[in-house]
Design a binder for this molecule. Sequence first.
Ligand code: UD1
Ligand code: MG
Length: 457
Amino acid sequence: MSNRYAIILAAGKGTRMKSKLYKVLHPVCGKAMVDHVLTQVEAIQPDEIITIVGHGAELVKERLGERSNYALQAEQLGTGHAVMQASQQLEGKTGTTIVLSGDTPLLSAETLQQLFTFHEENQTAVTVLTAHAEDPTGYGRIIRDENNHVVKIVEQKDANAKEAAVQEINTGTYCFDNALLFDALSQITTDNAQGEYYLTDALEILKNANHKVAAFQMTDFEESLGVNDRVALEKASQIMRKRINRQHMLNGVTFVDANSTYIEADVQIGSDTVIEAGVVLKGQTKIGEDCLITAHSEIVDSIIEDHVTIKQSVVEESHVRKFADVGPFAHLRPQADIGEKVHIGNFVEVKKATIGEGTKVGHLTYVGDATLGKDINVGCGTVFVNYDGKNKHHTVIGDHSFIGSGTNIIAPVTMAPNSATAAGSTITEDISEHTLAIARARQVNKLNLAKKIPYFE
Ligand code: UD1
Ligand code: MG
């Protein structure tokens, strides 16, 4: 096998997106389009990958990091001009160069591998990856001669009526003989409707110089979708979503309704976990085996261990350990660490707090900036008063403690293990072991005074 190089074109602004965000950075299922392309390219293990950056160069580089080398295209003069920017790194090398667009996020590594194999077996100067489109609008058309040999690619804006009617389209992906690629690029002109250096012209140039050019037609048009506007972006997201969900199902995850379940590209889910309708799983979320995630839960950048139930809750940047259950209607905010077998009930909010094994926080409670031990019972309506308007303060509750309903714990406070608060207390001081803190006014009953309340008038 000869050396393999890859060039990803990602310098365009993406005018048709009408966006402040550069086109290739628009996410499809939570991952930038250009990242999807790079991920598939990585799978075929080229010797060198070069991403052409221009608009938003720094942001693209930041996103892809050291996974790629870069060449800068300072002015966007067309796809052919973009490839020329890699000449410093690649010109003069022998091998095969695959060129891809950063705006075709659905292309799979399998297809890229097939293209490479076809190209190398047929020893062509260039092989263009094509697809049959029901509606070819916007794509370059593949023009073949009477013997069905490819002769050139004509852009939509340059096509005559006959050419425009062709339904075989250029996916914007090609394998080139590296040396011939740079030869051909030096001959490209801007003599076309858009006044740009078209990479597509390289094919006709090579053909005219009697080199072998070919097309490899893929069977699945969907995979070749080029995203130039928001309509195509939404379409790409739909297709990607189906693909992601299907893969999880094949891995042993049950979906109640995959059509209404939104799972981003990097999410991992263990087998025998059940995902109900309307669930949204985002970012670097990892869910274990045998979990139940009920309808309309949203989980972002969190770790959910095995045997956990999350009922209609929002979980962000949190860790939920084995056999815990959360919700319904709970909100775990960043740095909530929910221990094994912990119960977090309805209308409970947890932020930057560690909750030890077996502890129960059943109802209507806010736990913020706190460390709770094991087997604690937190009564209904407890508030960890962590904020004085300027600073956040920390609370520590020891193992086996009991917090009466309606307790306000004004941090910083430490409750020793096996201590308790009486319901309705406002706690401002530390509590020692086996101590019950009562911090509420005594009840006074005033006979016959109820009638003074307007209600009884
Ligand atoms: C291109 C192809 C078209 C093909 C389609 C497939 C050309 C001339 N046309 O059209 O035949 O059917 O892709 O999706 O190649 N870019 C740069 N620098 C530039 C211009 C573009 O890096 O100066 C990058 C863009 O960021 C993008 C890619 O090249 O990722 C393709 O450019 P785009 O403008 O989307 O080309 P299309 O009109 O889609
Ligand atoms: Mg495009």
